[in-house]
Design a protein around this ligand. Structure first.
Ligand SMILES: Nc1nc2c(c(=O)[nH]1)N[C@H]1C(S)=C(S)[C@@H](COP(=O)(O)OP(=O)(O)OC[C@H]3O[C@@H](n4cnc5c(=O)[nH]c(N)nc54)[C@H](O)[C@@H]3O)O[C@H]1N2
Ligand SMILES: Nc1nc2c(c(=O)[nH]1)N[C@H]1C(S)=C(S)[C@@H](COP(=O)(O)OP(=O)(O)OC[C@H]3O[C@@H](n4cnc5c(=O)[nH]c(N)nc54)[C@H](O)[C@@H]3O)O[C@H]1N2
Ligand code: SF4
Ligand SMILES: [Mo]
Length: 692
């Protein structure tokens, strides 16, 4: 007899409700849950991979220890004993900072890791704390912290009610929405147009999302800051400034007027490739729309001026009165609120990375500094690395340099389910129970969702005998590193969750959520300012000093040398998920997706043909990759997806090996960053192309 299980898919930020038919421990089918109050039956092909992950023969089920090129299964006790001894030894000899940690993307899709990571960091007491944040959304956090008082207080586009959606550097039709949890995004976007609204997309590639956009404009990679400044300039010039209800608690409008004075649409035209006439029209339509929201994501975050971009995006919403009101950018009111007890604090530049002096933010250092911190001798050098839920060899800039550095570590431990491009360097891998074996509540993405909602999913299958959850591993490691003699008292994340729900604004409980496996809808986003602000003075700062000062960097023109005439950008495909779902046959089958997109005219000039192998060279490395000629990419720009490169020796991913591709991050440059925050600048990596 088959049974039905309802849960949320935890693979991306959309948290779609899924319906799983299963019998005798085997998944029979996975479909969208039509009764999920939020996702309304929507899923994407990746959800099917949950079955593959569960059944994957390459997935580790027991701790393993590397002895030369061999992996030997060891007991949890032996693994923890060795990790404890080795870490404490290095800390004694070289100090706390000699032990570093990197936490990757799936950490935020697992409330067990998320609610326990703080304790592990406290136990490690290291300033060498790295995560995927600094190859992703650090500039969003920086803008939120400087303007609204807390890095997690990020405004979300109210897509369900807006009349004008201006999107920069996001491709929700492939990514399913990011820092905008909006399952079934395609229908939410289509509905904007159905109500007579407009979607305008700015992207160097005519992406999947361009298909639903009313207008698409190519933009030269990394030039968005000039477009945004020109929009602000036009809003002032055309008297479209009207912060309305925000006036009472917003500072800095005049500073923005002065700043934007010199950045006219005419100056932006050459720099961006978008005509002054169009820039002016976009600004005027935005300012005049009944409601409008400007939203930018990865494409404007991972660039040299990422923080400036996110500051200006927020500013455009505020200046036009499209903030904290329906159809604009709004704050959420989640049932479990990570901000419930949050306070404003100085969380920037309290320490710097040792070698390049990159600034700390939120207790973290930029991961662009990781390889040099391992490879450069001296006091404070990293000797031990712990990774959890991450594959930085494939996901951080100049992965090749990191690989070399990992080989020199004294000790490395990875909490991960696979032996992949990064974890193959570990001495010990601790594999947690994952996916369908875990419970799920989204403590992060409900904070960034376009509707308030709450949903808890119980595990579908019990974890295997002797297996441990991520949170159990975290608690054991914290306990041992804290050196406590008392026995370890494991506390499931459900305890914190229940507490947070009960004392939260809706006074819910875990029990109530268990009774509602399709989720509980808590309504549309509501105006909440100034109460929700976390700045000390409860005011919005439209002109934070750190960002205003950073404008000085714009004066230094980027040189496009003849040596590297092309701008390289990344891309995501609906059936990829960063570096780690290529071991699912169902997701990788079909046409090779790891190609370089080259504009048709550029290809003609260079004599490239479809499918021909192209050598791509940057300052840091070279790869050879098949060419895909396209009209959908701007001239002078080429694109390669990230997350591939599985042919490396020693990787145990049998399916992925047959779809290996090359790693984009063998070309990206750890020295090219948003200098204000240290976030990696993956957009506009300079490269040259040669026919092989
Ligand atoms: N050039 C370029 N580089 C990029 C990007 C880009 O656009 N361009 N995107 C960046 C972005 S936005 C991100 S978020 C990063 C992502 O990069 P990373 O943060 O490094 O994460 P993934 O590549 O998703 O790798 C996830 C790892 O977690 C493991 N894992 C999966 N489930 C679990 C689990 O339940 N528990 C544990 N412990 N481990 C698990 C997988 O086996 C895998 O090793 O990549 C970044 N890198
Ligand atoms: N299918 C799938 N879904 C995913 C992921 C995945 O790997 N696969 N990853 C998840 C993660 S970790 C994240 S962070 C999100 C990311 O979510 P999104 O940001 O929506 O996804 P991207 O595809 O990276 O979109 C970035 C867009 O910016 C464009 N771009 C590049 N450079 C520039 C520039 O200089 N200016 C402008 N205006 N645009 C530029 C790119 O062409 C691309 O279309 O997706 C999440 N969802
Ligand atoms: S969009 Fe796909 S991967 Fe993301 S949560 Fe929904 S089903 Fe899962
Ligand atoms: Mo990400």
């Amino acid at each position: 007899m088959s049974e039905i299980h309802y849960r949320s898919c935890n693979l991306c930020e959309a948290i779609c409700g899924i319906e799983i038919k299963h019998a005798d421990g085997v998944v029979l089918s996975i479909a969208g849950d039509k009764n999920d109050s939020f996702s309304r039956g929507h899923i994407c092909p990746k959800a099917l991979a949950l079955k593959d992950i569960y059944e994957d023969l390459n997935r580790l089920k027991s701790p393993v220890k590397r002895i030369g090129d061999e992996w030997r299964e060891i007991s949890w006790e032996a693994a923890f004993d060795e990790i404890e001894t080795r870490i404490k030894d290095v800390q004694t000899r070289f100090g706390r900072n000699a032990v570093a940690i990197f936490q990757g993307n799936p950490s935020v899709h697992n409330f067990g890791t998320l609610l326990n990571s703080g304790d592990l960091l406290k136990a490690l007491k290291t300033q060498n704390n790295f995560s995927a944040t600094s190859v992703d959304q650090l500039p969003h956090h920086f803008a939120a912290w400087t303007m609204f008082g807390h890095p997690l207080l990020m405004p979300i586009p109210d897509v369900d009610r807006t009349d004008y959606f201006l999107i920069l550097g996001a491709n929700p039709l492939a990514s399913n929405g990011s820092l905008m949890t909006a399952p079934d995004i395609i229908n939410r976007l289509e509905n904007i147009k159905k109500r007579g609204g407009k979607i305008v997309l700015i992207d160097p590639r005519r992406t999947e999302t361009a298909r639903v956009a009313s207008e698409h404009f190519f933009i030269k990679p990394s030039s968005d800051v000039f477009l945004l400044l020109a929009i602000v300039n036009t809003l002032f010039a055309e008297n479209l400034i009207n912060p309305e209800q925000l006036n009472d608690f917003t500072d800095g409008v005049e500073t923005l007027r002065e700043i934007s004075n010199e950045f006219t649409p005419e100056t932006a035209e050459n720099l961006t490739g978008i005509s002054a006439v169009e820039i002016r029209r976009i600004a005027i339509e935005f300012g005049a729309a009944k409601s409008a929201v400007c939203y930018g994501r990865m494409g404007v975050s991972v660039q040299k001026f990422g923080s400036l971009c996110h500051w200006l995006i927020n500013s455009i919403n505020i200046l036009t009165g499209n903030f904290d009101r329906a159809g604009g950018a709004m704050f959420t009111a989640p049932a479990f609120d990570l901000l419930a007890t949050a306070k404003s604090a100085n969380i920037f530049n309290r320490w710097q990375s040792r070698v390049r002096k990159l600034p700390e933010f939120m207790g973290e250092l930029p991961v662009a500094a990781l390889s040099e911190e391992i490879a450069t001798d001296g006091k404070g050098q990293i000797k031990v690395l712990m990774t959890s839920c991450g594959n930085p060899v494939l996901s951080t800039p100049n992965g090749g340099a990191l690989e070399k550095a990992l080989e020199t570590l004294e000790f490395m431990v990875s909490i991960d389910i696979y032996i992949n491009e990064t974890t193959k360097y570990a001495d010990i891998i601790l594999p947690p129970a994952t996916g369908l074996e875990t419970s799920h509540y989204d403590v992060i993405f409900n904070l960034f969702a376009v509707r308030n909602q709450a949903k808890y999913s119980a595990p579908l299958f019990p974890k295997q005998e002797n297996a441990k959850y991520d949170w159990e591993i975290f608690q054991e490691l914290s306990h041992r590193l804290n050196g406590k003699d008392a026995p370890l008292n494991l506390v499931p994340p459900e305890v914190k969750l229940d507490f947070g729900l009960k004392f939260g604004r809706y006074q819910m409980s875990l029990e109530e959520l268990r009774k509602n496996p399709h989720g509980v809808d808590l309504g549309e986003l509501q105006p909440c300012l100034p109460e929700r602000l976390l700045t000390e003075d409860k005011r919005i700062n439209l002109a934070p000093a750190l960002l205003v000062k950073d404008l000085e960097r714009l004066k230094v023109e980027a040189k496009e040398t003849d040596e590297f005439p092309f701008a390289l950008i990344g891309r995501r495909h609906l059936r990829d998920n960063n570096s780690w779902l290529h071991n699912s046959e169902i997701l990788v089958k079909g046409k090779n997706r790891c190609t370089i997109l080259v504009n048709r005219m550029d290809a003609e000039n260079l004599g490239f043909e479809n499918g021909g192998v192209v050598k791509v060279t940057s300052r840091v490395g070279a790869v050879e990759i098949p060419c895909e000629i396209s009209d959908k990419i701007m001239r002078g720009v080429v694109s390669i997806p990230h997350g591939y490169g599985h042919a490396r020796q020693g990787v145990r991913l049998d399916v992925a090996r047959n779809h290996a591709g090359v790693s984009l991050n063998d070309l990206t440059d750890e020295r090219v960053i948003d200098e204000l925050t240290g976030n990696a600048a993956f957009s506009n990596v300079r490269v040259r192309l040669e026919l092989m």
